[in-house]
Design a protein around this ligand. Structure first.
Ligand SMILES: [Zn+2]
Length: 328
């Protein structure tokens, strides 16, 4: 009898502890309890924000300076950003000249903290250069993003400096990397299903060069690598000519870029206006594209269907798992 009672009390206590952790885990802004134990990381993009969440779980508190739907090329740091960086344990950025604004922000924040640069992992000969500038959009080659994720994981382990946390990062990283490998193959298969005469992706700005390189599709954009550069009417006319030459069935708007020029191209050519593709940010919460993996899937679904390919859903291996514990 005594044993049974003890077990009952223990079970109740364990239940309470689980509930308490659950509450912290569900609250993205973080409640006061447990916050002081968490490692504060500041990132520059929502793709990196998701990466830290996937790898770090509840041990990390991550803050993305550029919010969902924002444009990391032209972000203007807010006065509070310097304090956010100053209070952080580490900064993780994409690099490859995506976030030119980050240098002065780190300087203004003062102090010392590791700065992990995800893009440093990529072999230089694989990097694409457009008119002398390095293309920073490495997240659209899932194979490259796996390398970025490796670098982020290594950096997070160093910052964590706690064997239990390090072990958890390693476990999460191994499972996540396996999913990314599956995703990479899935994108390859879906893009191979697009007929040869439709293999052209025409978008607002030059965000999809790595996607084109990895998955064998021609990529053309009205605007250059950065959204900072303004497109001229001559750029638009060139794209109109290209759509007519290639018989491209569709042109794509992007979430982070004004759709005006692509809409003009669609009007002048009769090509379908598709999208918006998620280019430099994941999608809003609940959109299904609110993670890196979801963002890639959403883009590939739009591209495959608009260009006459054969779309099949990605099986991430977690379809039946109820990660949120919400019964969904
Ligand atoms: Zn971009």
């Amino acid at each position: 009898m005594v044993g049974k009672t003890t077990f009952g009390v223990l079970a109740a206590a364990v239940g309470l502890v689980v509930l308490a952790f659950g509450a912290v885990g569900c609250d993205s802004d973080g409640s006061k309890a447990g916050d002081e134990d968490r490692i504060d990381v500041v990132v520059t993009t929502t793709m990196l924000e998701d990466t830290v969440q996937q790898l770090g779980g509840e041990h990390f508190q991550v803050h993305s300076l550029v919010s969902v739907g924002g444009d990391p090329h032209v972000y203007q740091p807010q006065p509070e950003d310097a304090r956010t960086v100053a209070e952080s344990d580490a900064v993780i950025k994409n690099g490859l000249m995506l976030e030119g604004w980050m240098e002065s922000l780190i300087r203004n924040a003062g102090g010392e903290r590791p700065v992990i640069v995800g893009g440093e992992a990529i072999d230089e000969e694989k990097l694409i250069s457009v008119e002398g500038a390095t293309d920073p959009h490495v997240w659209f080659d899932v194979g490259m993003w796996r390398q970025v994720t490796d670098t982020v994981a290594e950096g997070m382990k160093e910052v964590a400096d706690d064997s239990e946390v390090v072990e958890e990062i390693e476990q999460r990283h191994a499972a996540y990397d396996e999913m990314l490998a599956g995703l990479d193959q899935w994108v390859q298969d879906r893009m191979e299903s697009v007929p040869d005469d439709h293999r052209v992706l025409i978008t607002s700005h030059d965000a999809f060069n790595y996607f084109g390189q990895a998955y064998g599709i021609d990529v053309e954009a009205v605007q250059g690598l950065s959204t900072e550069q303004e497109a001229s009417q001559r750029d638009v006319a060139n794209i109109v000519d290209l759509v007519e030459e290639t018989n491209a069935p569709a042109v794509f708007t992007e979430t982070s870029v004004n759709p005006g020029l692509i809409e003009q191209v669609a009007r002048e050519t009769g090509a379908e206006r598709e999208g918006p593709l998620f280019s430099d940010s994941v999608g809003p919460a609940g959109s299904g594209a609110d993670t890196y993996v979801g963002m890639v899937q959403a883009n590939v679904e739009m591209i495959t269907e608009a260009l006459g390919g054969d779309y099949e859903k990605f099986d991430d291996g977690f379809a039946s798992a109820d990660a949120d514990g919400d019964g969904a």
